[in-house]
Design a protein around this ligand. Structure first.
Ligand SMILES: [Zn+2]
Length: 171
């Protein structure tokens, strides 16, 4: 296993829609393991393919234990994840390993169902709520080239865009 460098804003790969994975081979499995190690090292609760410079629909997520719902934390390694249903609204202050120093409240669905393949190529269905739902939506957004800052609107969006320019582009 290896800890990989995390791609930072404004790298174009973060804006690019990632490609479907055709075959879950040993390379993909190694990549998922390296992504998990990189996520834990950062530390973070999720990491998507584009964030390690790989434009493939891969992500890893581990949000830890959730006392509110009694859910025990576990590591998800997901290939070609997609949201098949969503309901409710929840606001949570998000950050991103690719945009260090920026934290903002983002509104997302509070409950979602995700279908994906696991690293053994088996189909899995995840019924997620709370932080797990938020994190999965954040990571799946990465696979579509969408950053959490793109989800902001109005004045908040303008302020964050200014901060991004100052912190990452030096202008
Ligand atoms: Zn992120």
């Amino acid at each position: 296993m290896a800890i990989l460098p995390i791609v930072k804003y404004p790298d174009q790969i973060l804006k690019t829609k990632a490609s479907e994975v055709d075959e879950i081979n040993s390379e993909i499995k190694t990549m998922l393991s390296n992504m998990a190690e990189t996520m834990y090292d950062a530390p973070g609760i999720g990491l998507a393919g584009p964030q390690i410079g790989t434009s493939l629909r891969l992500c890893v997520v581990d949000v830890g234990d959730d006392e509110a719902t009694g859910r025990i934390g576990r590591l998800y390694k997901l290939v070609n994840p997609e949201i098949v249903s969503k309901e409710g609204r929840i606001k949570y202050e998000e950050g991103c390993l690719s945009i260090p120093g920026i934290h903002e409240f983002v509104e997302r669905a509070s409950k979602i169902v995700v279908k994906a393949k696991n690293e053994d190529g088996e189909s899995v269905t995840i019924e997620a709520e709370g932080l797990l739902a938020i994190c999965l939506q954040h990571e799946i957004d990465h696979l579509d080239g969408i950053l959490f800052t793109d989800r902001l609107t109005g004045l908040k969006r303008r302020i964050v865009l200014k901060k991004l320019q100052k912190n990452f582009l030096g202008t």
